[in-house]
Design a protein. Structure first.
Lengths: 302, 254
């Protein structure tokens, strides 16, 4: 059974279609990444899946139950980590967690026990009596994730969980998410960080203009769209246009970004040797970012 | 329309916990101001006014001030207070990601606003009793009346909160609605001092029936009209209570 399934999920705001006929299938126990440029519809999709935004059309099923008719039971097993910090600034760190646990009808004694557990998990136990305003940005974000775990969720939904974190904190969060996956917690992860998606996700979907345009394992996506290597070539601004013209005549249509061009699989390196000196060509392993650019374009979409 | 559930108690509890954590930040002012007004108006102005309807002036204004400051408590809580939680702290967003619905949040806010009104009313009643201004055991019903009044003003306030674009909009709410009501509902002088038209108009503002209720209970002058007054309060409360549920959903669930 799918942990999360959407059927033709659509959301329109007046004349803008934010999410268009999305069919998402997240397996139980996997970490599924949603990638896409700003305005691709990721957050809107997540808001619908967490019952915070009613779909214009389509259905959402969580463990086979329709979200519309089972919203309370479903919300009780979701852990939601929002993109914008909405910790309760009127309460201390521990009060935030205990109060949040109470929304789930968790008895007080149990709530306190779990609060200490999640604080320890994210190395916040020494700050448990601090007011929220005294926490650093990184601590607040860790607390936000800790709060999402207070009800021992079966599905964790994270919107940009490591945005603004330093590398140490980022890796702490990643390690915890990997541990949670090992415990069987399904994760839906919305991110702009390709390294994060590659590190955490079993499968990723690439969203563009409200649609899922591609979904698979990171490895399969690299294989399908990029191949085993990327050739990066830095061109001189003066000769750029003529070089690209010559390449096109040979049937090669490179990806372009400023003065740099990228060549992916299937493109004949031998064919360019007469045009570009080999010392200008640099090869490197492909990343999800290459797939991302290839599928969603290099230009700002909003 | 969805209705609220027992889960709304969780929001009430959250607000209660915050209040008792930070009570010293606002409670002294909330109690001091009505006492100052009571003494200044009652003793100062009262020396010139003499008897009103057979009572000393300070006795006349006491029940009205109780009703008036209960109104202020519920109104501040469910306008500025609710708006900060709604827009600035995004507290409601966090809560509706749990099993609570937005209707539970709205109802919890309203019941907490009503609780604040009852607390203010009770504190003032105790002070008034200490000054020897309470003459009837029926005054023990005042906290209940203030709670009911609080539900009414919290509902109206939360409705307004759910439709305003910014926190500055509440200046209109207080300058043009709440404060005038304080002066046209019979708190400081009997409605009979007004021209007939104004007298009739003052019966369509929601504070007037409450002032007459508290006055009846404090003086012990009970009559069947008091039940009618309760019905008037309910007639203001129910539509705004329902309306605030609808408009808050419309604002937050998009």
């Amino acid at each position: 059974m799918n942990a999360i399934e959407t059927r033709n999920l659509t959301k329109k705001f007046k004349d803008i279609t934010a999410v268009s006929e999305v069919n998402l299938q997240v397996n139980e126990g996997e970490c599924y990444g949603l990638l896409g440029p700003n305005g691709a519809g990721k957050t809107t999709l997540i808001r619908m899946v967490t019952a915070m935004s009613p779909p214009t059309a389509g259905e959402i099923y969580i463990f086979g139950n329709n979200l519309k008719s089972h919203s309370h039971q479903i919300k009780a097993m979701l852990g939601v980590v929002p993109q914008t910090d909405n910790l309760d600034p009127d309460l201390t760190v521990i009060q935030n967690l205990v109060t949040f646990a109470r929304y789930f009808d968790i008895p007080k004694r149990e709530a306190i026990k779990r609060s200490h557990e999640v604080l320890k998990l994210f190395q916040l136990d020494e700050r448990k009596n601090s007011p929220i305003r005294e926490l650093s940005g990184g601590m607040r974000r860790r607390l936000l994730i800790a709060r999402g775990l207070i009800n021992s969720p079966k599905i964790l939904i994270l919107d940009e969980p490591t945005i603004g974190l330093d590398p140490q904190a980022k890796h702490l969060v990643w390690d915890k998410l990997v541990e949670l996956k090992a415990l069987g917690v399904t994760q839906l992860l919305c991110t702009q960080n390709m390294e994060e998606a590659d590190f955490l996700c079993d499968r990723v979907a690439i969203m563009h203009q409200g649609r899922i345009i591609e979904t698979d394992t990171p490895k399969a996506l690299l294989h399908r769209h990029i191949g085993s290597k990327v050739w990066e070539i830095e061109l001189h601004p003066n000769t750029k246009n003529s070089v690209v013209q010559m390449l096109k005549e040979k049937g090669i249509h490179p990806e372009m970004a400023g003065n740099r061009i990228y060549l992916f699989k299937g493109e004949d390196l031998a064919a360019i040797q007469g045009i570009i000196p080999t010392q200008q060509v640099r090869s490197r392993p492909p990343t999800l970012e290459d797939v991302f650019f290839k599928l969603t374009g290099r230009y700002l979409t909003e | 329309m969805k209705f609220f559930s027992r889960r709304s108690i969780r929001v009430w509890q959250r607000n209660r916990d915050v209040f008792f954590r930070l009570w010293h930040a606002e409670t002294p002012a909330f109690v001091a101001e009505p006492v100052i007004i009571l003494l200044a108006m009652g003793l100062g102005l009262g020396a010139y006014v003499g008897l009103v309807d057979g009572q000393r002036y300070i006795e006349f204004i006491t029940p009205g001030l109780i009703a008036g400051y209960a109104m202020f408590s519920a109104s501040f809580e469910c306008t500025y207070g609710s708006f900060v939680r709604l827009e600035h702290q995004r507290t409601f967003d966090a809560i509706i990601a749990t099993p609570l619905d937005i209707e539970d949040v709205s109802a919890g806010e309203i019941f907490w606003g009503a609780t604040r009104a009852a607390m203010t009313g009770t504190a003032m009643l105790v002070i008034a009793a200490a000054f020897g201004l309470v003459h009837s055991p029926y005054a023990l019903l005042i906290p209940l009346v203030c709670f009911l009044e609080g539900v009414m003003f919290a509902s109206i306030g939360l409705f307004f909160t759910s439709v305003v674009p910014s926190i500055y909009s509440f200046n209109y709410y207080f300058s043009l609605f709440i404060t005038p009501m304080f002066f046209f509902s019979g708190v400081f002088f009997p409605l009979s001092s007004f021209p007939t038209v104004v007298q009739k108009l003052s019966w369509v503002i929601p504070l007037t029936p409450v002032v007459h209720l508290t006055r009846g209970l404090v003086s012990g002058n009970l009559h069947l009209n008091l039940l009618l007054l309760v019905l008037v309060v309910l007639a203001f409360t129910i539509p705004f209570f329902i309306l605030s549920m609808v408009t808050m959903r419309r604002r937050l669930i998009v």
